[in-house]
Design a protein around this ligand. Structure first.
Ligand code: FE2
Ligand code: FE2
Length: 171
């Protein structure tokens, strides 16, 4: 069984993942409004990925006999100065999420909750990828913003991203 503290933290993480989805969806809407179709697509894929993260934790809590409690999701920002500012916000946000995941792992270790610690391993690895792709996005958009036509080229590249939901677990 999950401890009360662990359960609360996992429920809070479900909220944080859904907030991430909400924030990326807001970024996707902003980019669409700026006619940055590729960036909009990239953010849309990202939003779907975050919903999957929330669902994974949701299912894990239930699997452990815990009660999922959904709380209000904060409103995301709606305006950014430019595409680079959006990317910088992504990076800053993912660094914050990494901190939250690390906090969950610390708690699981402290409680000797090996099942939760093992479950969280996937998220630890995922955050390495998330920060890496956010860093890439910042660097690429900074470069693109310096040359005429650069943004157009990069936007086409970002349009190619697709989202594939993870294969359902067999149990
Ligand atoms: Fe996430
Ligand atoms: Fe993320």
């Amino acid at each position: 069984m999950l401890s009360e503290q662990m359960l609360n933290m996992l429920n809070e993480q479900i909220n944080a993942e859904l907030y991430s989805a909400y924030m990326y969806q807001a970024m996707s809407a902003w980019a669409a409004d700026q006619d940055l179709k590729g960036l909009s697509n990239w953010m849309d894929c990202q939003a779907q990925e975050e919903v999957t993260h929330a669902r994974m934790i949701y299912e894990y809590v239930q699997e452990r006999g815990g009660r999922v409690l959904l709380a209000a999701i904060d409103g995301p920002p709606t305006d950014w100065d430019d595409a680079v500012a959006v990317a910088e916000n992504v990076l800053e946000h993912e660094q914050k999420v990494t901190g939250l995941i690390n906090g969950l792992v610390d708690q699981a270790i402290e409680e000797k909750d090996h099942a939760t610690r093992s479950f969280l391993d996937w998220f630890v690895d995922e955050q390495v990828e998330e920060e890496d792709s956010a860093n890439d996005l910042v660097a690429t958009l900074r470069l693109a913003s310096q040359s005429p036509g650069g943004m157009l080229m990069i936007d086409r590249e970002l349009a190619a991203r697709t989202y594939t939901p993870p294969a359902p677990e067999e149990d």
